[in-house]
Design a binder for this molecule. Structure first.
Ligand code: ZN
Length: 285
């Protein structure tokens, strides 16, 4: 197993509360690049074992963590992938994974500020699958094999932008700067007792808003990888936001406000802490 983090745009391991620079640990400067590290995920299991006997770079709590994959080539989002969330959205269950783009420029670290683009900005906690291989037409049964690991994400959504017009504008409404915080670590699949059954939750301003398990996904992570890869070629570091459970603000008539902090959590992976600050809305048209 391994836990991969990003410190100063360099790939590092998190081990026993400390961090270890991959390039220094391995003597291979190429492994400093987080995307290279993800692409070489099969090597990382053995390398992770060296952490126990090597000096660390410091304590993780004292480091500023970036997104474990900060510059993915492609970021996919899946809508309405929990039955209770589809219900609260008043939408019929999609016959196939409802897939949209979060543009990669929205990806941010686990403690990044979220500049709010308006007064209808919403939270969506989600497990994020990180692709590890160059992959096309992956069979469902083989799909976990091309996943480097899992991380946690927020699919922050400006509902006013997202739901302007028909059909809706998912891609832009979910792609403002820092609307895709992920982390704190990319955790290899073998670290999970059952990678298809993780608990995830989201608190806003101290109130529990969302709590679910990925065993409730309508389309499982292997199904999503198989489906998306049947259409788009996938690359190491690509992200699939797998959908959010019920409890979003839109269903509560309550949205994010400056000064509030979004705390998201998942089994094994850890937590994101994202403070909301005032931001800039879209150009009025
Ligand atoms: Zn979402």
């Amino acid at each position: 197993m391994f836990r991969l983090v990003n410190i100063n745009e360099r790939a590092a391991f998190e081990y026993d509360g400390s961090w270890y620079d991959l390039a220094e640990l391995s003597g291979d400067t190429m492994l400093a690049d987080p995307l290279v590290a993800v692409a070489r995920h099969r090597e990382l299991h053995a390398l992770y074992g060296r952490c126990a006997s090597e000096p660390s770079g410091g304590r993780v709590v004292d480091a500023a963590l970036g997104a474990p994959v900060s510059q993915p080539r492609q970021v996919f989002g899946i809508g309405l992938n929990y039955q209770d969330h589809a219900g609260e959205s008043g939408a019929p269950l999609p016959p196939a994974p409802l897939t949209f783009t979060k543009f990669p420029s929205c990806i941010a670290g686990p403690t990044a500020d979220v500049p709010l683009s308006g007064d209808m900005v919403d939270w969506e906690v989600e497990i994020v699958a990180v692709i590890g291989d160059d992959a096309s037409h992956v069979a469902t049964d083989d799909a976990w094999g091309v996943v480097a690991g899992l991380t946690l994400g927020q699919d922050i959504s400006d509902r006013a932008v997202q739901l302007t017009g028909v059909p809706p504008q998912f891609c832009l409404g979910k792609s403002f700067a820092n609307y895709g915080p992920i982390g704190p670590a990319l955790v290899s699949i073998d670290a999970f007792a059952d990678p298809d059954d993780l608990a995830l939750w989201c608190d806003v301003a101290g109130e529990r808003m969302q709590a679910a398990r990925t065993s409730q996904l309508i389309f499982s992570i292997p199904t999503l990888v198989a489906y998306v890869s049947s259409i788009c070629r996938l690359y190491p570091g690509d992200l699939i936001f797998t959908g959010t459970p019920s409890g979003v603000g839109m269903a509560r008539g309550r949205y994010l406000a400056p000064g509030e902090t979004i705390v998201s959590g998942a089994d094994i992976i850890g937590e994101l802490h994202n403070p909301c600050v005032a931001g800039t809305g879209p150009l009025a048209t």
